[in-house]
Design a protein around this ligand. Structure first.
Ligand code: FPP
Length: 234
């Protein structure tokens, strides 16, 4: 019997730079192509019945890239999250962000807060954008949050377990069922470490700008035909 549609899909959107370089384009053009692909493919994924989609938009390590590339990506986030508000509202997609505030500029952070507020009543699906995100940092930040709650008398430490731990992560989302990484790299790169514990992992050599609806359907079929013994924990 085929597995159901995964509830939570997460994507490491890798290979924008290589996609551009192979075409004699600038890396920034690869990021723009990736953004265009993300809009189209995300809609397709959510239309398939996936309820939660998480994407790795910018890691804490990505700040080590050239100033030109970091500035380009930050501007792209600001422009996209301003101009796409209606896109998210029209499609009933609630946007949330996972990651640390520092060292994001106020301009980027304010746009993130604005789109979170504007889409907070959307109900159909959740789009979790991991921006200035690191998986180990999330576990450390969650631990600190839990300690604070315990000290304030708001949480009994003995009630904490592996299932309700999800409530205290950056966002209270269910575990990831299917993790996809594009571009041929076969590693996790510090992405959603707690939430991918039981995820099925799909690696493809396709670079992210080419990860269209058809490519997602291949990943979905692969997932649906797998013998999943562990299942999810939540
Ligand atoms: C990794 O490819 C990709 C990124 C660091 C950026 C991903 C961002 C997008 C797809 C745009 C998303 C836009 C919004 C608004 C959320 P890479 O540059 O590491 O590729 P390479 O390994 O080939 O160099």
């Amino acid at each position: 019997m085929k597995n159901d549609i995964p509830t939570h899909v997460a994507i490491i959107m890798d290979g924008n730079g290589r996609w551009a370089t192979r075409r004699g384009l600038k890396r920034s053009e690869g990021h723009y192509a990736g953004y265009k692909t993300l809009k189209k493919t995300a809609l397709h994924i959510l239309d398939k019945g996936v309820k939660y989609l998480s994407v790795f938009a910018f890691s804490t390590e990505n700040f080590k890239r050239s100033k030109e590339e970091v500035d380009y990506l930050m501007n792209l986030f600001v422009t996209a999250f301003k101009s796409d508000q209606n896109f998210f509202i029209k499609n009933d997609i609630k946007v949330v962000f996972s990651g640390r505030k520092e060292p994001l500029s106020d301009e980027v952070y304010n746009v993130m807060k604005e789109i979170e507020n504007e889409t907070s009543n959307c109900k159909k699906t959740v789009f979790n954008v991991c921006l200035n995100y690191g998986g180990q940092a999330e576990i450390v930040d969650t631990t600190k949050k839990i300690v604070d709650l315990v000290e304030e008398g708001k949480l009994d430490i003995n009630s904490l377990d592996t299932e309700n731990y999800y409530h205290y992560l950056y966002n209270d989302l269910p575990p990831v069922d299917l993790l996809i990484r594009t571009s041929g790299e076969i590693r996790i790169s510090n992405f959603m470490l707690y939430s991918i514990s039981y995820a099925e992992i799909y690696f493809t050599t396709t670079c992210f700008p080419d990860f269209d609806e058809e490519e997602f359907d291949k990943a979905l079929l692969d997932y649906q035909n797998r013998n999943i013994t562990k299942g999810t924990v939540k």
